[in-house]
Structures are given as structure tokens and as C-alpha cells.
Write a protein that binds this ligand. Structure first.
Ligand SMILES: [Zn+2]
Length: 461
């Protein structure tokens, strides 16, 4: 038994380094994952995604948020049927698993979100998601708008079918899209109804200056001020972005127990702005990372988000302001905390869900040949380093020696991931053959969407 091996039982981590198996373990009741010189990380938890947008990748370039939504994204989401949504989810989830993502918070769209849940259930991803709730908006959003009653009926049907599926691996979330697309009566219903109080809430907020101005004119408050004023949201609302904040907003986030998903690639690509991660963290706000949708990123890659998060923080506050161990913790434990699942996932500890990925640094020249000291038994990620990350502590690497977190954050990539596990089940193996039909299914589904968006031409956007 090498130090660093993992022992699993019933889908959970039993022990990290069991020198002596516990007497109550019966042979065959647990599974040993021999790390054999590879590194183990808690699986990445991405706290903001839109799998319904995966097939729209590349169709919405060169636009700021409101044009991006109105000209491509809202019509594109409205063009889905169950079959195209299934392909969108499959393409997205395969990319997520191959990069080491084990859990997500996903905003569906108003129809066919159950197709995303079906694929997540089938492919083994841990997912919290729900239909997007939208009852007001410009003409461009008309294909997605439903009345408050219809919106909540759709959510209830989704939750009845999927919430708690597979021992809680799939969970339902209330997903009001953002303040401008949700009326006061709908916000009131979804935050005040006692029968909805157990569901997490996911939304967007303070993404662009334009949105902040619109919310001020609609409500008289900033987006954060408005969300923080809603009853019953403490500890259950995670909002994406939080780019345009003042000190009052940051205080309100912390005081009202709202979590933030930082999406640096999306913010950079849409030109939305540079979120101030250091200020958010110093204000005590719970922060996770997420890729947002495939058309504003254009990858669903937690490695990219870690790298961009570090770079954006550095651009705002200097390279001393952020430690790579802190970035790694945001991408794992921070996301779990933002989902309200910090007692279950995001860390590798006895009793936690066995959600993790195994890495081989020799698979990428950018990380190959590292001079990290192998431990006596061949496990090259020293246990104290892993523990430091799990405790969300920062630690400075010894001078003139590579720091493993810096190596992963600045040089790491999905190429390092050799296996991904969720709830003690292997859900991705790098050497397994790819599905040979996936590309054809994606091409066909994109063709269907394109023909619905442009019925006469049939060959754009
Ligand atoms: Zn988003």
C-alpha cells in the first residue's frame, strides 16, 4: 500500500492513506484506487454553465453581452427540440469529464432542460440544474418567455422527475435568468413559496455596466442590492459574474450569504470587465469558478478558468495578490461551497463523495519532467500539499523548486487527466476509444438548429 492511494466504499472516500485497513472493512466491500505515481485532485466543480448552448459555439463571435444574447443565444436556445438538446448536453458533458470536471451548476433553458438531466444521469456527471425562468424581456427573447405560472409549473415538473436522482447526484435548482428577465411577481413566488425553499437558486448578476444600469432603472437598486434584498436567499443563491460591484455590493453579498461564480474567460471574451477576485475574497464572499456557455468561452475547461482567474487577479492587483493554491481551491472546494455542497464534494476527505481526477504530468510537455520530489513510495503530490489545498490554505513553495499548484494552474491542461471518477464510479478514461458517431450527431444537430433559425437559407448563421 503506497501512501496517497485512495480507498473508496459506497461511492465515498474511506481513507486517503490507510496504512492499515480498518477492522470493520470487509474484503470486497471497498475499492482501492492505486495512484501509481499519478496525482489525484478533487474533481473540478464548475459553478456556472449553460450546456444548452454547446452547439452554438462559434456562432456568436464579436458581440457584447446584450447583442450576443439577442442575436444568437436566445433564438438559438429557443430553436432546440429534445433531440438537439440531448446532443448539446452530450458534447458538453464529454468535454467536462475529459477535463476532470465532476460536478456542475447548470442553467438550462426554458424548454427541454430534462434532456440535459437525462444525459448527465447517463454519463455519470454530478449536476445541479433547472429550467431557466424568464417571464419578461425584449422581442428577441420571445421564444423563451413563459408566464410566472407556466415557469414554475415547468420547474415543478422538472424537480418531480429529477431532483434527488441517483442518491442526489442530480439535483433541481431554480434558475431565474437575471433580474431584467424576471418580473417582481416571479421573483416573489420563487423566493417566498415554502415548498420551494429547499431548492438552490442560480442566476446572473452585475455582469456588465449595461445590465447594472438596466436593473437600477427597473428596481432602483444595483443587481446585487436587489438580489440581496430578496427573502430567503441566504446560503442558497449562487450568482454568476459579479464584475461590476462597489463596496456596498460586496458587503451585501457577504451579509446576505450569496455566493459568486467567477467566469473570467467569459468576462474577457464578451468584454464585460475584470472582476476583482481579491476584493471578493477579502470581503468573505464564497467564490467558485465556471466556464459559462460554450459560445462565450469557447471551451468548457476548468484549467483555462484557473489560469484566467489568476491572470485577471494579477492584472488588477499584482502577482503577489493571488496564490495558486487559492485558485486550485476555488476550482474545487470553492465551487462545492457555492453549490451548497461543501460538506459532500470538492474535497478529498474520508466521508466525502469519491469525486476526483487522476493526473499524469508526463502527458504534456508543459508539465513533464517536473522536479517535484517523489515521496518514498512514488506518489509525487506530497500529502501535506494536498491537505493544504483541501483546507483552502495557501502555502508558498520552496524557492527554486516547482510548486505543484503553480504548475497545475499556469501550465496544466485537460491533457493531464487520465481518469475521472464521480461517486466512486469511473466516468472517463483517457485511453478509452472516443464515440465515433458523436461528431456526426453534432453536425446533424447543428444543421437542424441552423435550419430552424434560418428556414429559407438553411446554411447560416
Ligand atoms: Zn451565463
Amino acid at each position: 500500500m503506497r501512501a496517497g492511494d485512495l480507498w473508496l466504499e459506497g461511492g465515498r472516500v474511506v481513507a486517503e492513506t490507510p496504512r492499515d485497513p480498518q477492522p470493520e472493512w470487509t474484503p470486497g466491500s471497498y475499492l482501492e484506487i492505486a495512484l501509481a505515481g499519478r496525482w489525484v485532485l478533487p474533481g473540478f466543480v464548475q459553478a456556472h454553465l449553460h450546456l444548452c448552448q454547446t452547439l452554438l459555439r462559434g456562432w456568436a463571435e464579436g458581440r457584447t453581452l446584450y447583442r450576443w444574447l439577442a442575436e444568437v443565444i436566445w433564438p438559438g436556445e429557443a430553436a432546440h427540440d429534445a433531440a438537439t438538446m440531448t446532443v448539446a448536453a452530450e458534447l458538453g458533458i464529454r468535454q467536462l469529464l475529459s477535463g476532470g470536471t465532476t460536478a456542475i451548476l447548470d442553467m438550462g433553458t426554458t424548454r427541454h432542460t430534462e434532456s440535459i438531466a437525462e444525459v448527465a444521469a447517463r454519463l455519470g456527471l454530478r449536476a445541479t440544474l433547472g429550467p431557466a425562468l424568464m417571464d419578461r424581456g425584449p422581442d428577441a427573447a420571445r421564444g423563451l418567455l413563459l408566464s410566472p405560472t407556466e415557469s414554475l409549473a415547468r420547474f415543478e415538473a422538472f424537480a418531480a422527475a429529477w431532483d434527488g436522482h441517483d442518491a442526489g447526484r442530480i439535483r433541481a435548482a431554480l434558475c431565474p435568468r437575471f433580474v431584467p428577465s424576471v418580473s417582481e411577481p416571479l421573483w416573489r413566488e420563487l423566493t417566498r413559496r415554502p415548498d420551494l425553499a429547499r431548492f438552490p437558486i442560480h442566476t446572473h448578476g452585475a455582469e456588465t455596466e449595461e445590465e447594472v444600469a438596466e436593473v437600477r432603472s427597473l428596481t432602483g437598486k444595483s443587481p446585487i442590492g436587489y438580489l440581496a434584498s430578496l427573502p430567503g436567499v441566504s446560503g442558497r443563491l449562487c450568482l454568476a459574474h459579479a464584475v461590476w460591484l462597489d463596496d456596498d455590493d460586496r458587503r451585501a453579498l457577504n451579509d446576505s450569504g450569496l455566493a459568486v461564480c467567477h467566469c473570467p474567460s467569459s468576462n474577457l471574451k464578451l468584454g464585460s470587465g475584470l472582476a476583482d477576485l481579491r476584493a471578493l475574497r477579502d470581503a468573505g464572499v464564497t467564490v467558485g469558478l465556471g466556464a459559462d456557455g460554450a459560445p462565450c468561452n469557447n471551451r468548457l475547461d476548468p484549467w483555462q478558468e484557473m489560469r484566467q482567474a489568476a491572470f485577471v487577479a494579477t492584472a488588477r492587483r499584482g502577482p503577489e495578490s493571488i496564490d495558486p493554491w487559492e485558485i486550485l481551491a476555488l476550482a474545487t472546494a470553492g465551487g462545492a461551497d457555492a453549490l451548497g455542497q461543501g460538506e459532500e464534494i470538492g474535497r478529498l476527505r474520508p466521508g466525502y463523495q469519491a469525486d476526483f481526477c487522476l493526473l499524469d504530468p508526463e502527458r504534456d510537455p508543459a508539465t513533464s519532467g517536473t522536479d517535484l520530489e517523489p515521496s518514498e513510495d512514488g506518489n509525487r503530490l506530497p500529502a501535506n500539499r494536498l491537505r493544504a489545498m483541501n483546507e483552502n490554505q495557501s502555502e508558498v513553495g520552496a524557492r527554486f523548486r516547482e510548486d505543484p499548484a503553480a504548475l497545475l494552474v499556469f501550465a496544466g491542461s485537460p491533457a493531464l487527466v487520465v481518469e475521472t471518477w464521480v461517486a466512486g464510479r469511473q466516468v472517463y478514461r483517457a485511453d478509452a476509444p472516443l464515440d465515433p458517431d458523436l461528431g456526426d450527431r453534432v453536425r446533424a444537430a447543428r444543421g437542424h438548429l441552423r435550419s430552424r433559425l434560418h428556414p429559407r437559407k438553411g446554411n447560416e448563421p
